[in-house]
Design a protein around this ligand. Structure first.
Ligand code: PSU
Ligand code: MN
Length: 318
């Protein structure tokens, strides 16, 4: 399925640089999982960000797939970084956070930049990668019905034929409106072995998921049907590991406080999520960061299992 010859021709060639290992996996039709990098450049402080990136890549490998972290560097969209490049990205300060709407402009610059879920999905699609993992997606921000601050992630998930594995929308966002918009955009939201919508730092959000799968082959079959119908992406929501989960009330209290503080500090737009996450980390004395690292790793492992199952299906279909 991932073989070079099966991929649609793209005019993006010169703007895209696929790493050696990722290219070999694509050429050989082996399972591969794309990973985003805004969580490295903006989501977590150094050195936890590098730890998260390495653990995610290791979890993908442990699951039998090849990791391909997406970022920008040298006026190219990079898909698949060397270990030293991952470290350079994690150590650099004041990098740009690039999403779909800023991608073309950012490619005029040499520097490293982090790619959001939306921009990373653009890259995955160009490279011919069908499975992607992150910690959390963007969504409808609180007050978004007035501010219209709605992440480009949602529309991108709707239009990219890529399976997105996340830990559910966190309550930094307006979770009910995020779910409504996903429904409007026609994105299947699928619980991973759960009927409850996971709440990122906590295993439940209070909401329900419209559908669920319990195994990787079941997930792969759903992804394949979605592709056959040409309906765009699928969003898998995976509850974080029990031992690091925060109680829902406690996570929400920290987030409420952090959002009040961000408003008092006048933080808006793309700066909002990184600022609020940093404040939540302070308020939970670092436990939100421990949870964040573990859920990123866990989601990467689930994504690898889905990629492996998709490949097995393609192989069986000849
Ligand atoms: N949620 C997190 N950590 C993150 C992000 C979301 O828990 O780092 C990042 C992701 O890269 C996501 C982006 O794609 O924030 C969304 O930003 P915006 O709302 O500006 O589109
Ligand atoms: Mn926004």
């Amino acid at each position: 399925m991932n073989r070079a010859a099966d991929r649609p021709p793209t005019a993006a060639g010169d703007l895209l640089r696929i790493g050696r290992e990722a290219q070999a996996a694509l050429d050989g039709g082996r399972p591969i999982v794309a990973l985003e990098s805004t969580l490295i450049t903006h989501g977590l402080p150094y050195p936890q960000n590098l730890d998260a990136a390495r653990r995610a890549e290791a979890a993908v490998r442990g699951g039998g797939a090849v990791p391909a972290t997406v970022a920008l560097h040298g006026r190219r969209i990079r898909v698949g970084l060397e270990g030293s490049e991952l470290a350079a990205l994690a150590e650099a300060r004041d990098l740009a956070k690039v999403s779909r709407q800023t991608l073309a402009a950012a490619l005029a610059r040499q520097d490293w930049a982090g790619t959001t879920v939306a921009a990373s999905l653009v890259a995955a699609q160009l490279a011919g990668i069908r499975v992607f993992a992150t910690g959390g997606i963007g969504g409808v921000h609180r007050g978004g019905e007035r501010s219209m601050d709605i992440s480009a992630d949602l529309a991108e998930i709707a239009r990219s034929p890529v399976a997105v594995v996340c830990a559910g929308p966190k309550s930094i966002l307006d979770v009910p409106r995020t779910m409504e918009l996903l429904e409007t955009l026609g994105v299947p939201v699928v619980g991973w072995a759960t009927d409850d919508l996971p709440g990122f730092f906590s295993r439940t959000s209070g909401g329900r998921v419209p559908s669920r799968v319990d195994t990787a082959p079941e997930a792969a079959a759903l992804v394949e049907r979605q592709r056959t119908l040409g309906l765009g992406g699928v969003l898998f929501c995976v509850p974080l590991p029990e031992d690091v989960a925060l109680p829902r009330g406690e996570a929400n209290a920290a987030i409420d406080q952090a959002i009040r503080d961000s408003e008092a500090a006048g933080i808006h737009g793309p700066a909002s999520t990184p600022w609020v996450l940093g404040r939540v980390a302070e308020l939970t004395e670092g436990r939100s960061v421990v949870a964040n690292l573990a859920l990123i790793e866990h989601n990467a492992a689930v994504a690898a299992a889905i990629a492996v199952a998709l490949n097995a299906m393609s192989a069986a279909a000849g």
